[in-house]
Design a protein around this ligand. Structure first.
Ligand SMILES: Nc1ncnc2c1ncn2[C@@H]1O[C@H](COP(=O)(O)OP(=O)(O)O)[C@@H](O)[C@H]1O
Ligand SMILES: [Mg+2]
Length: 253
């Protein structure tokens, strides 16, 4: 069985030196609108193309809305659901409020279509309803370990509230310590424009690109582009030219 998985995100498999690792858990962080949902769907669509069924567990958005938005990218999620290759499942919010193990309600759906790729989008809201951080950590551990034991590849998204900010920590509940890989999406202010940056903060068991790269969301979906050449301070949300870059530009004039 191939250990590396194509993610379906152009440019990303080069960053990870060959794709995600089967059975790993990835955390995708970013403020609203950075493309986390799009990324997650694209990852599942590639899986289906490669013979791996997928489940998209949504917490905020209605499955209907997700399917409608996907049409704009040319993705026919309805058909894939009808073919039992994909499930879009909304966690019941009353389950979230009453505590218990809401995420475990997904296991039946996962088993039902023998899903090999799972997306949970986003885990942040889920966490708000569990007051006891130890309980949350325990449940997330159990979920992640179940996926790992079954060689299921898991992508969880985490919505960070601040649009343009230096990120000092990933989350309040320690999820960053149980995941194998962290991918950060950020907005960057640069020359009176808002650009988007992606970087791999950590990835266990493999070398990976340490560069901060640009990315775009186009009508085809999420796409990684070149690195930010000649800029620094990108992760602070406000980039500035490096001294060398400023010198080069002054010299050109
Ligand atoms: N059909 C489309 N073509 C181009 N860009 C799109 C399209 N649909 C959405 N977008 C872009 O994707 C962004 C939202 O992506 P989404 O995956 O919903 O982000 P998140 O889940 O992080 O909030 C929008 O802000 C918009 O810029
Ligand atoms: Mg979203």
């Amino acid at each position: 069985m191939e250990k590396r998985l194509r993610t379906g995100i152009p440019g990303l498999d080069e960053m990870t030196k060959g794709g995600f690792i089967r059975g790993d858990t990835m955390l995708l962080t970013g403020p609203p609108g950075t493309g986390k949902t799009t990324f997650g769907l694209q990852f599942l669509l590639q899986g289906i193309q490669d013979g791996e069924n997928g489940v998209f567990i949504t917490i905020e958005e209605m499955p209907k809305k997700i399917m409608e938005d996907a049409v704009n990218f040319g993705w026919d999620l309805k058909r894939l659901q009808a073919e039992n290759k994909l499930r879009i499942y909304q966690l019941q919010s009353d389950m979230l409020q009453t505590g218990g193990t809401p995420i475990m309600q997904c296991l039946d759906i996962i088993k039902d279509i023998n899903a090999r790729r799972i997306v949970v989008d986003p885990i942040s809201l889920y966490s708000m309803n569990i007051n006891n951080p130890n309980e949350l950590r325990r449940e997330l551990y159990a979920f992640v370990n179940y996926m790992k034991a079954n060689d299921v590849t898991l992508l969880m998204t985490h919505e960070v509230p601040d649009i343009l900010a230096r990120v000092s920590k990933i989350s309040d509940y320690g999820v960053e310590f149980i995941v194998d890989c962290i991918i950060m999406l950020q907005y960057v202010e640069m020359e009176s424009e808002i650009k988007r940056s992606i970087n791999i903060l950590k990835m266990r068991g493999t070398d990976h690109d340490k560069a901060i790269r640009k990315y775009e969301i186009t009508k085809r979906g999420f796409e990684v582009l070149s690195r930010f050449e000649g800029y620094e301070g990108i992760m602070s949300g406000t980039a500035r030219k490096t001294g060398a870059q400023a010198f080069i530009e002054a010299f050109k004039k």
